[in-house]
Design a protein around this ligand. Structure first.
Ligand code: UFG
Length: 333
């Protein structure tokens, strides 16, 4: 298939591009490299450095290549930043998605896979989360993602778009060969921050909140390996059909606390990884883990990485071989 991947130089996007290429697809990546890395893009894919804000570029791309499907990863991802500057998120995450969909409509491209998030559920009343839970997002980031889900549903009805919205839980880990992995600047995610302590780049891990109503007082998340997410995208794009709207939770169904993640990282790295307990981080919810029955049953998806040790181990393999990520320059902590 000829596939356009927006944000294909980013963390989840680059792992998906690699899987798409390995499966024999002809992949074009569109990325403005504001957060992505050219070096993360599989050399067998074509990289177009450009912005989704550029309607002319989009039109030229779709005129030059008859794309059969689009995977849309490009987006701002920092929940805290979305509270400070919500309009940037509505502009970048909603506006750009709408422009992309308008271009697809114009060129009659009707297969789409969208990077949505479990954050659209807000603070769910119970666990695990199934796809029919009410979506009451608690941040501008999550509201913008939900707004795109609505635009997709309306497009399915109005012009026959077929789409799958994958509601990711916590993407983690790295390619097992250690050549691509997570590289955000600044880094806010738990696992890379824990591993930066083992690398000696940070003194200790801050644990944000130890008084949550969970088994050890710290937040529970469902860490899903980025290559398993990539397989979910492959299955999604293979099965999407015009006019059909699908929604899946992309998580393992297993939750881990922050303390458990730190313990796993201690085992994997052999480093003591000191912690310091600090206040809760604004916007965090106590527990989020998936009921992934639907995606397993309908897409035949089974996460290969069912042990947190293996997920953290693959991340460690990446970080220790690339302490400065894709760059040679030292990073800010
Ligand atoms: N945490 C710490 N210390 C850190 C970093 C994180 O204690 O240095 C804690 C957080 O408070 C949270 C947990 O570790 O309880 C996981 O935090 P992450 O920042 O790794 O991930 P989030 O769950 O906050 O957010 C991620 C993505 C979002 C997505 C969300 C869905 O960043 O884009 O998962 O759950 F929406």
């Amino acid at each position: 298939m000829k596939i356009l991947v927006t944000g294909g130089a980013g963390y989840v996007g680059s792992h998906c591009v690699r899987a798409l290429v390995a499966a024999g697809n002809d992949v074009c990546v569109l990325d403005n490299l504001s957060a992505g890395h050219a070096k993360a893009v599989d050399p067998k894919a074509r990289l177009v450095v450009g912005d989704l804000v550029d309607r002319v570029l989009l039109d030229q791309l779709f005129s030059a290549v008859r794309f059969e499907a689009v995977l849309h990863f490009a987006a701002f991802i920092e929940v805290g930043q979305s509270v400070i500057d919500p309009l940037a998120f509505y502009d970048n995450n909603v506006g750009n998605s709408v422009r992309l969909l308008q271009t697809m409509q114009k060129h009659a491209v009707k297969r789409f896979v969208f990077s949505s998030t479990c954050a659209t559920y807000g603070i769910p009343p119970k666990m695990p989360i199934t796809e029919d839970f009410a979506q009451i997002p608690a941040s501008p980031y999550a509201r913008a993602k939900l707004a795109v889900e609505w635009a997709l549903a309306d497009s399915a009805t109005a012009w026959g778009l077929g789409f799958t919205a994958l509601r990711y839980f916590n993407a983690a880990g790295a390619a097992p060969d250690g050549t691509i992995g997570e590289d955000h600047d600044p880094e806010t995610h738990l696992i890379p921050n824990v591993l930066k302590v083992a690398l000696g780049q940070r003194e200790c891990v801050k644990i944000f909140g130890t008084d949550y109503p969970t088994r050890d007082g710290t937040c529970v998340r469902d860490y899903v390996h980025v290559d398993d997410l990539a397989v979910a995208h492959l299955r999604a794009i293979e099965t999407v059909s015009p006019g059909a709207a699908r929604y899946y939770n992309a998580g393992t169904g297993r939750g881990a606390t922050v303390r458990e993640v730190v313990d796993v990282a201690r085992r994997v790295t052999g480093h003591a990884i000191p912690i310091v307990e600090v206040e809760r981080r604004a916007g965090d919810v106590p527990e989020l883990y998936a009921d992934s029955t639907k995606i397993r049953a309908e897409l035949g998806w089974t996460p290969r990485y069912d042990k947190l040790d293996d997920i953290v181990g693959s991340a460690w393999n990446w970080h220790k071989n690339h302490p400065n990520g894709f760059d040679d320059r030292p990073r800010k902590a």
